[in-house]
Design a protein. Sequence first.
Length: 400
Amino acid sequence: MSRVLIIGAGGVAAVTVKKCARLPEFFDEIYLASRTVSKCEALQKEIGADRIKGVFAVDADHASEVVKVIKQVKPDLVVNLALPYQDLAIMDACLETGVDYLDTANYEPKDVAKFEYSWQWAYQEKFQKAGLMALLGSGFDPGVTNVYTAYAAKHYFDEIHYLDIVDCNGGDHGKAFATNFNPEINIREITQRGRFWENGEWKETDPLSVREDLDYQNIGVRASYLMFHEELESIVKHFPTLKRARFWMTFGEAYLTHLRVLEGIGMTSIAPIDFQGQQIVPLEFLKAVLPNPGTLAEGYSGMTCIGTYITGIKDGKEKTIFIYNNCDHAACYEEVGAQAVSYTTGVPAMIGAALMLNGTWKKAGVWNMEQFDPDPFMEMLNVHGLPWQVVDVEQSPFKK
Ligand code: NDP
């Protein structure tokens, strides 16, 4: 008998909840809690009260509020699909109540856009002492990309040397400008300085200043920009043979033009300003103006292609492989009423939760995805909507 409490009821959570609801063999009882309880109620109505056993309002910025809900539900696992700002409060609540924890994005303080695992890794001893497990970053990137790396290292190489994670959204939602997941979190991330790992140190670049035109499977050539992404930090720690590790994301010209204008006029700033006697954060205001990512799903066409290029040594010879998934926006909409970016995050969250609940991935402490055996996770990706391919790459598209 397993009982899961999912916190958050946005684009990603809606996918995870629907996927979990179809798998009673892993998830006997599902409970939902979020800041706006009406969103939980809507999901409960859509899926059925037989699968979503209860809904709760919670402000997860406060550990004490989360503790109250956990005490009522008594879950075996808390799946955090709220925002990165809530990670530590929810981890504290899990420690206080003795429950395992899973999330999809590293903690960020609200007042400074800083992407690193230090805050959550600092909980390692507390979780170990309590005999509890925290699984960090069980989305696609981070998440599946970490598992791809572990899978490649286990089955294809004796030693891995070069890693390039590529994230292409080749879809079209028909809007002039919109983000595919929470706009505030997304824009904080992409307006940061670029950062990559090379020869034992982090190197910085100006935001979105390094470009490669890459050919994506079933999509074509797209302009791809180097940026920092949180999985690089844990992957270079856990695979110290890596000489270089980078992350690339595609952006269209129209998207970049909008972004430049919004940045230029101060709309992406997270520093509060005075507006008619009230303190407002420009980026939070911008979020309120932009389309809700959940509403992009209907009519969204095209595919995503997210994958990992890895170059390394096998039997004394150098080789490169690419492991990737294509995900079709329209197919996701048909299956769960979501677009592919929510889907590619929500499904791995379900898989991570299932593996924790059935004891396949189970170890006291705070862990990143690549620290577990990748095989059961890879098998479940194929079964639950995110099939992957491995291709031998004759010539890596990246220069050494
Ligand atoms: P949404 O903004 O759609 O949903 C967030 C949900 O969290 C909303 O229901 C929101 O409630 C709720 N929430 C926000 N603050 C609180 C709070 N203080 N207490 C309780 N609930 C709260 O975001 P997404 O679904 O797009 O993203 C969810 C998470 O997934 C984010 O952490 C994001 O960074 C991560 N992500 C990870 C990816 C990966 O590949 N690893 C890719 C994409 C996203 P309300 O409706 O009231 O605002």
